[in-house]
Design a protein around this ligand. Structure first.
Ligand code: ATP
Length: 849
């Protein structure tokens, strides 16, 4: 146990702030971000928009000035909409980056604080541990067995050891990582003055990962562009052949192309991924890589750590094994008791401040270790005496592969070794046992007796830690741990998290396998897994030892049935991920320690812990759990499914609407009808229906049975499960119905302006009905609760108001060449725009009943 130091190094907040003003932030400056003006101008970076503007200006010069101005205004309004979307996305992604910014533990005003590494300044003293990334250049002041990975700077992948006593071996550099040990580090240079700063430009060339979905949509977009252009050209040429005005036809063709080419498709994917990411953050999952959101929805296995993720990580010692029995500590005031206390408390890294009376506030450190100190806390004086009279001279820190920890303490001029760790590991190293104050040989019989007690304690869900010691033949290496004297075992309970059971159930309903991976004993793991319903029989567990005896093929075969992996080391995790992946699973895997990083990288979704995770694991992960909670993983998977569904929704909407628009014009020209819409009207439809309603679909809440379906296949394309057919059928019907309304108008002898107004209203209204249909692939409009998506209600209302405005405000009527529609004309509009949605909904309603 370590007592808090009386003289704490470091700066005061005031001094740090002063220095920060002088020296600037501890940041590597990257290339400049695009300014808002650049983002706005980039909205015009579209070939068809330039052709449209060119054609408009020409037609303006040739006399149609009002039309030309209107078109230009529409183009600008569209650009503003695009800008707002893109700017918001940039902002929210930027905010996420800041949240994911590295932090460090620094001494300020005499206490240890966690701050954003950017606020670190020269003279600060930070605490660095295995797994931390060094936040600035500086020197190690204190610490033992420190090993740093400097491959980022040197390319050498071997760890470099640091020695605080030798000047030339004290330096540490920003961006390199602590592999082993713990130390105090003082900052000497920051930001662009660091070695890393000097090579910062190289880092700028690292590409951001593109979402595969976005890439696929971009290439689809290119095909659609060509297709649209061909159709628009045909419409234009047929019109010209038929003797229509050439400029008018050209403008019409270009307007149609601008309206129908789904240029926003790929962009909306980014918007909806970004919005989804901020929703996930509200549920405590911080997504570090945008494409991960897509994969999340396909997750078929969640491999989760036990301690802290499925359990509360609040440990309390419940049972102690000493002198051959489970005992009550009060009655064991023997040497055995004091030796157990010494081994568990001195071989312990938690900090304790004896001046603070409230033990929970006074004690800081790993819950496994604090629980042990608490156990002996009743004997404060004895505890104090041990801690104050002994000094740690050497240690081999705990690591999750060895599962034990050892220290050499100097007490009254004599050196003594204390060991604590997983009971089987400790007992392997013991040759003697302390019983009723006597050291006896640890015979085979005795070993069996101890083992059976440990088995029994573990089956009661207790996490067991054994204590051992020796005071002779001390070598400063792992040999130190040979020939130890076994003392006893403390068993702690770590209750499951209340919400974990429900989350496990949700996983199962959603066709996802929840799997527990733990360093703990098989029985402990099994007891907790059963209580959480992760598994129900004893065949579903294997241990690290079992894994070692299996080949990769054997593991691959067996892994599907396994729900609990116990007593595993981090390198087993990598094999587990690979085995699941070879069976075509999409694997999410959690981890916190440095050694977990390779497995996290290998997993389809690597998840690191926000609270207990190390920097290296966080950087390797695609998602950080801010609350270390298993239930959060399940929520994130759900959110991943929702986002994917929503992307399908707006793709369905946008493409069928655009198809409807193109077909209306195309069919009219094939049937040698007059143009059913003017260029301005086409652009208006695009403005009123494409933008806001599509974005609103992107934030649609989850379908109620989204977590009752099997995960989708990762290889499944976005258009799978009948989406193409839906788009083609529905798009064609929108086109046909719109054209029919035009023909009905002509049949009743209405003039061309009225017929076009009728067509315009029908086209807009069909799309606004259709947007509600797109909210669910399985349910009819009647079953979807309208007010669960107020954005959509708002967007649709806004589009209707815009339509009403251009129909009924005289000034706008002039500009858009419309006439006010009468009630009976509205009947035609509503009939042709609503009929398909109505029939389709009745069909779906009957089908799902
Ligand atoms: P997970 O977090 O993956 O569920 P875990 O945290 O329980 O697993 P480890 O921390 O590797 O796994 O612990 C494995 C075993 O090592 C424990 O069962 C316990 O016996 C022992 N152990 C844990 N912490 C310490 C420690 N600080 N000192 C000594 N032994 C420890």
């Amino acid at each position: 146990m370590i007592q808090e130091k009386t003289i704490v190094p470091g700066l005061t907040t005031r001094e740090a702030e002063k220095r920060m003003k002088n020296f600037g932030l501890n940041e590597i400056q990257h290339k400049k971000k695009a300014s808002p003006i650049m983002i706005f101008l980039s909205q015009f970076n579209d070939f068809m928009v330039w052709v449209l503007l060119g054609a408009t200006i020409i037609s303006g010069i040739m006399g149609d000035t009002a039309d030309a101005i209107t078109i230009i205004i529409i183009v600008i309004v569209n650009a503003i909409l695009g800008f707002v979307q893109e700017f918001r996305t940039e902002k929210s992604l930027e905010a996420l980056k800041n949240l994911a910014a590295p932090t460090c533990k620094v001494f300020r005003d005499g206490g240890l604080k966690v701050i954003n590494s950017a606020y670190l300044t020269i003279g600060d003293v930070v605490v660095l541990e295995a797994g931390d990334r060094i936040p600035a250049d500086g020197e190690f002041l204190e610490g033992s067995s420190i090993m740093v990975d400097e491959s980022l700077l040197t390319g050498e992948s071997v760890g470099v050891s640091k020695d605080t006593n030798k000047k030339e071996k004290r330096s540490g550099y920003m961006g390199t990582t602590m592999l082993k040990g713990k130390g105090l580090f003082t900052v000497t240079s920051i930001g662009m003055d660091t070695e890393m700063g000097k090579i910062a430009n190289l880092l700028d060339n690292i590409k951001e990962e593109k979402s595969p979905l976005k890439e696929r949509l971009e290439s689809l977009g290119k095909i659609l562009v060509v297709l649209c252009l061909v159709i628009c050209a045909v419409v234009t040429i047929l019109g010209i052949i038929r003797g229509n005005d050439i400029t008018e036809m050209f403008l019409l063709g270009v307007s149609l192309a601008v309206a129908a080419i789904p240029e926003g498709l790929a962009a909306i994917v980014t918007v909806s991924l970004a919005l989804g990411v901020s929703r996930m953050l509200k549920r405590n999952a911080l997504v570090r890589k945008l494409p991960a959101v897509e994969t999340l929805g396909c997750t078929s296995v969640i491999c989760s750590d036990k301690t802290g993720t499925l359990t509360q990580n609040k440990m309390t010692v419940k049972e102690v094994y000493l002198n051959g029995k489970i005992c009550e500590l009060d009655k064991e005031k023997l040497t055995d008791y004091t030796m157990l206390m010494k081994s568990l408390v001195l071989c312990n890294d938690c900090n304790y401040d004896f001046n603070v009376k409230n033990i929970d506030k006074a004690l800081h450190g790993d819950p496994t270790e604090t629980a042990l100190v608490k156990l002996f806390f009743k004997d404060t004086n004895l505890l104090k005496a041990f801690v104050e009279k002994s000094e740690r001279v050497y240690d081999i820190p705990f690591d999750s592969t060895r599962k034990m920890m050892s220290v050499i303490m100097r007490e009254n001029g004599k050196e003594c070794c204390y060991v604590k760790g997983a009971p089987e590991r400790v007992i392997e190293k013991c040759s003697y046992i302390l019983e009723n104050n006597k050291i006896k040989p640890l015979t085979y019989q005795k070993k069996k007796q101890v083992a059976s007690f440990i088995e029994a304690m573990s089956s009661r869900a207790l996490r067991c830690i054994a204590g051992a010691y020796k005071d002779e033949n001390l070598t400063r290496s792992e040999k130190l741990e040979d020939g130890l004297i076994f003392i006893g075992v403390a068993g702690s309970i770590d209750p499951p998290r209340a919400e974990a059971r429900d989350a496990v159930l949700r996983c199962k309903l959603a066709g996802i396998k929840p799997v527990m991976i733990t360093g703990d004993h098989k029985n402990t793991a099994l007891a907790i897994a059963k209580s959480l319903n992760i598994c129900n029989n004893d065949d579903q567990v294997v241990t690290g030892e079992d894994i070692e005896s299996m080949t990769d093929d054997e593991l691959k075969k067996k892994v599907e049935k396994i729900r609990v992996f116990a007593r595993v080391s981090p390198d087993h995790k990598l094999r587990i991920v690979r085995a699941f992946k070879r069976n075509n699973n999409v694997v999410a895997m959690t981890g916190d320690g440095v050694n977990d990083a390779p497995a996290i990288k290998e997993a389809d979704i690597g998840i690191s812990m926000g609270i207990s995770g190390t920097d290296v694991t966080k950087e390797a992960s695609s998602m950080i759990l801010m609350d270390d909670n298993f239930a959060t993983i399940v929520s994130a998977v759900e959110e991943g499914r929702v986002i994917y569904d929503n992307i399908r929704k707006f793709i369905r909407y946008l493409l069928s609407c655009n198809l409807g628009e193109v077909l209306t014009m195309f069919l009219a020209s094939l049937l040698t009808l007059p143009n059913p819409l003017s260029p301005i009207q086409i652009l208006f439809v695009n403005l009123a229906t494409d933008g806001l309603p599509a974005i609103a679909l992107g934030v649609d809440p989850a379908d109620k049975d989204i977590m009752r379906q099997a995960p989708r296949d990762r290889k499944e394309g976005i258009f799978a499960r009948g989406l193409t057919e839906k788009i083609l059928v529905r798009g064609s019907l929108i086109g046909i119905c719109t054209l029919l309304s035009f023909m009905v108008g002509r049949y009743y002898g209405m003039n061309l302006e009225t017929c076009r107004t009728l067509t315009l209203a029908t086209l807009v209204m069909s799309q606004l009905f259709h947007v509600f249909e797109c909210r669910s692939e399985r349910h009819s409009i009647f079953e979807i609760k309208l007010f669960t998506n107020l954005y959509l209600v708002g967007a649709v209302s806004f589009s209707i108001i815009m339509l009403a405005a251009i129909l009924y405000i005289p000034f706008l009527q002039g500009i858009f060449h419309t006439v006010p529609l009468m009630i009976n004309q509205w009947m035609i509009v509503l009939f042709f725009s609503g009929i398909i949605a109505f029939i389709n909904s009745i069909y779906l309603f009957i089908k799902t009943k």
